[in-house]
Design a protein around this ligand. Structure first.
Ligand code: FEO
Length: 174
């Protein structure tokens, strides 16, 4: 297997930073929900944070399998104040659009460098995953818009989101 180029190495280090920051942001969102007595929303966000750490691990493993050391970069403090559940999920959706852009940049670079191991073996999975990431956050935005100011609807949605489970794929390498 060919060694990763310096350019892709740098970009993958940055992507690990993006993924771990995503986890940090979703933990922060979870903490906000816990203080608002919405434990189901808080649980959903912690599940999301765990998934982000799995995303970071995929890059981490790929880099080491190709004999390039991971260089962990600084993680900035995430936002921690929001005005409403809707505001949070809109911010989460926007964040996922940002991550999709980063994944597409990586695909472009891998393609320019004829690195099919990265492009097909690693990044194709992320292209599909980002469709799901955008869809799952936007789905909650749509539900919150439907609910409006209805407290019973919010209570029901909290219960629904509290049922989320994180599925670790078979053979996933931590
Ligand atoms: Fe790792 Fe939510 O994208």
């Amino acid at each position: 297997m060919a060694e990763l180029s310096d350019r892709l190495h740098k970009k993958m280090n940055e992507q690990i930073q993006e993924e771990i920051f995503s986890a940090y942001l979703y933990y922060s969102m979870s903490a906000w929900f816990e203080t608002k007595n919405l434990p189901g929303f808080g649980h959903w966000m912690r599940c999301q944070a765990m998934e982000e750490m799995m995303h970071a691990h995929r890059f981490y493993n790929h880099m080491h399998e190709r004999r390039r050391a991971v260089e962990l970069l600084e993680i900035k403090k995430p936002e921690y104040k929001w005005g409403s559940p809707l505001e949070i999920y809109q911010a989460a959706f926007e964040h996922e659009l940002h991550i999709t852009g980063k994944i597409h940049d990586l695909v472009k670079i891998a393609n320019e460098e004829n690195d099919y191991t990265a492009e097909v073996g690693l990044l194709q999975w992320f292209v599909n995953e980002q469709i799901e990431e955008e869809e799952s956050t936007d789905a909650v935005v749509q539900k919150l818009n439907m609910i409006g100011e209805d407290k019973t609807g919010l209570y029901q949605l909290d219960k629904e989101l509290g049922m989320r489970v994180v599925v670790v794929p078979p053979l996933f390498k931590w």
